[in-house]
Design a protein around this ligand. Structure first.
Ligand code: GAL
Length: 668
């Protein structure tokens, strides 16, 4: 399948000519350098509102006209940003309601960026207005190819407008029935029964912060507020430029917004990729980033995404900003493309002369010319990307999915009980994803309400909270022949964080898994139990469910403590499929061994026949195979037939070695 917005890999990034308004000769130099760097696109005007509208209703588009024209004359595609991510001082001064109120109830002063109320009608109107002006002005400009909405939406506001909007949101969620609210928030506990919607406030340390159902509602509300803020932003753009695709840049697995829900409103997903390549844990980081890429790719059914930002060298916001190893940024960019990115973009094109980010990596350094290591690396990568247009638009077709669900991540964060300090939902999902990636098997990362039917195997680690209908959907999937794997603390609560009665896992899942979880044990740091599986012993750490088989076959047992001899791993035949329950957490080889069993049993083939030493990632996209070495040493790979090296054009077969931080891309 294919979904294309361009016929080439977009190579470019955040370009801030507005910072150089008084030295326009720099603009011409930028064009020369962009051509040298094989850059074909620029994302502009992200933080330029104070230049575009220096006084209320007074507009200054001349500089932007000139830049758009220059970029076009130099063959660059323009991704034009809307400027809501940072507002001009006059706007905040005249309309203080646009500024955010923190959880402590104090309104922020003007400063930094973001920092805006999500509800303020004045801010929404001002944003709509400037966006309309931009759309009207550039609707026919040939360089305009995509809208970049705002920048990294995030945060929350606790002002009175937001409190009222929250109350309205809750009222609608609970069908305008305060008794339903009392029931779903279990307000009989600690005498919290409400008799008026006005008694609802946002969660705060100095107020209510122990009602997890309410905190879940707040998360949903804040997330929906960002989405509706975005919808407000794009209204004039959809009207005036209906054919220009729209995106906004996400931040890794940022948990303040349900990205899986938000993505449905976007034409394509984009995200800002800042791996910590400077921390000496490159293999681990490469695994985590692979997972994130796959999550973003899966948000629109496997459709390619944009990597909207990355640094061409270092960042400035770690405690200590070490330079990554040479080759790492190139490898990281190639990994993005391998996983479905149709762009490699940087923050930033040129280092600013002043301001907070002047020491952040950029393609063009303060020295100003092209004779730098970083510039040469970017230019070389640009040449490689020009040879990869064959992958543009190519989607993936995975047979395996790992469930990572934003709402569940909130629920896992909020509940109080069992092991309150060693709970790592994302880490557990990555742990179950790793065995497939290691074997070159493509994995989708999906929410719990995605379509399971296209997968041979679905793994849902720590699926603590079940959205409406999830139990039934898992049941149908397994009945029809699917393999579903669950772990400890599965199906304990519904979407209001209310426990299922009658035994865990709830919502009908006891039958599907053929187990009943009677108790859950938590193990303090350093304390372990042991579980057996397939003739091997594994450490049980942090948490484990004590389960009884109610018809499931027992594949492994606990070996110590009062629950020694009780099931730890089970398999239940249900309809045409199998439902597995892995009741404990292990930080060693268990997931790898268990998934190996699943892969063999279900004949899940790797995406290609190339094999490699551990430490190498192999990923197939279209007919391109990306073989990447994130480890610290050279690794061997074995090609099962003759391939063509896409970069050199040479034929390649047999065994070969890939040095640390290097990659090869081949086609058959
Ligand atoms: C991103 C942001 C950019 C820039 C960059 C620095 O999160 O969108 O504007 O600040 O970080 O790494």
């Amino acid at each position: 399948m294919e979904k294309k917005f361009f016929d080439k890999i977009i190579h470019g990034g955040d370009y801030n000519p507005d910072q150089w308004i008084n030295t326009p000769e720099i603009w011409d130099e930028d064009m020369r350098l962009m051509n040298l760097a094989h850059v074909n696109s620029a994302t502009i005007s992200i933080f330029s509102w104070s230049l575009l509208e220096p006084e209320e209703g007074v507009y200054n588009f001349g500089w932007l006209d000139e830049i758009m024209d220059k970029l076009h004359a130099n063959g660059k595609e323009v991704i034009l940003a809307t400027p809501s991510g940072a507002r001009p001082p006059w706007l905040a001064q005249k309309y203080p309601e646009v500024l955010r109120v923190e959880e402590n109830g104090i309104r922020n002063e003007f400063g930094v960026r973001h920092n805006h109320c999500l509800t303020s009608p004045v801010y929404r109107e001002k944003v709509r207005n400037i966006n309309r002006m931009l759309a009207e002005r550039y609707k026919n400009h040939p360089a305009l190819k995509m809208w970049h909405i705002s920048n990294e939406y995030c945060g929350e506001c606790h002002c009175e407008l937001c409190q009222q909007a929250f109350r309205d949101w809750v009222k609608e969620y609970y069908h305008n029935d305060i008794e339903e609210l009392n029931e779903k928030w279990w307000n009989g506990f600690w005498s919290h029964r409400m008799n008026d919607w006005s008694q609802i406030n946002s969660p705060k340390n100095r107020g209510e912060n122990h009602v997890s159902a309410m905190k879940l509602c707040w998360n949903r509300f804040v997330s929906d507020s960002h989405i509706s803020f975005y919808e407000n932003e794009i209204e004039p753009l959809r009207e005036i430029t209906p054919d220009i695709p729209i995106t906004t840049n996400f931040m890794r697995m940022y948990d303040g917004i349900d990205y899986q829900k938000f993505a449905k409103k976007m034409d394509l997903v984009s995200w800002d990729n800042y791996p910590a390549w400077d921390k000496g844990r490159n293999e681990e980081e490469a695994l985590a980033v692979a997972f994130v890429h796959d999550a973003f790719r899966s948000m629109k059914d496997g459709q390619p995404f944009f990597m909207m930002e990355s640094t061409p060298s270092l960042v400035n916001w770690h405690d200590v900003n070490k330079l990554p190893k040479p080759g790492m940024q190139e490898l990281s960019s190639i990994q993005s493309v391998a996983h479905g990115a149709d762009s490699v973009q940087y923050f930033q094109w040129r280092k600013s002369k002043g301001g907070h980010e002047k020491y952040h990596g950029a393609v063009v350094d303060h020295v100003g010319h092209e004779n730098t290591r970083v510039f040469r690396d970017v230019a070389r990568l640009g040449e490689v990307l020009e040879k990869l247009s064959g992958v543009v638009g190519k989607e993936s077709n995975s047979k395996v999915a790992v469930v990572y669900d934003w709402e569940n991540s909130w629920a896992v964060k909020h509940f109080c009980g069992f092991n309150n300090i060693n709970r790592n939902y994302l880490g557990e999902c990555i742990k179950w994803y790793a065995p497939f990636r290691k074997r070159g098997i493509s994995v989708d990362v999906i929410p719990m309400d995605a379509d399971f039917s296209k997968y041979n195997t679905v793994i849902a680690p720590f699926l603590y909270m079940l959205k409406d209908g999830t139990g039934e959907r898992i049941k149908t999937y397994v009945e029809n022949g699917g393999n579903f794997v669950a772990t400890y603390l599965t199906g304990f609560v519904d979407k209001n964080d209310m426990c299922y009665l009658g035994g865990f896992p709830g919502d009908g899942l006891m039958d599907v898994f053929g187990v009943w979880c009677e108790e859950t044990d938590s193990l303090p740091e350093g304390m372990k139990n042991t579980a057996s599986f397939s003739g091997k012993d594994y450490d049980v750490v942090h948490i484990c469910d004590i389960i009884h088989s109610k018809g499931a076959e027992i594949l492994g047992e606990y070996k110590r403590d009062f629950y020694a001899g009780m099931p730890a791993v089970t398999e239940n035949s249900f309809g045409k499929g199998k439902a597995y329950y892995a009741a404990f957490r292990n930080d060693g080889d268990f997931t790898d061994d268990f998934c190996k069993m699943l892969i063999e049993k279900n004949s899940i083939a790797p995406d290609c026949g190339i094999t490699a030493d551990d430490g190498i990632e192999i990923r197939k996209r279209g007919n391109h195979i990306f073989i990447m070495n994130f480890s610290d040493s050279a690794k061997k790979i074995a090609l099962d037939k003759e391939y063509t090296n896409v970069v050199s054009g040479e034929k390649i077969s047999g065994e070969t070695v890939i040095e640390s931080c290097k990659y090869i891309i081949v086609t058959d």
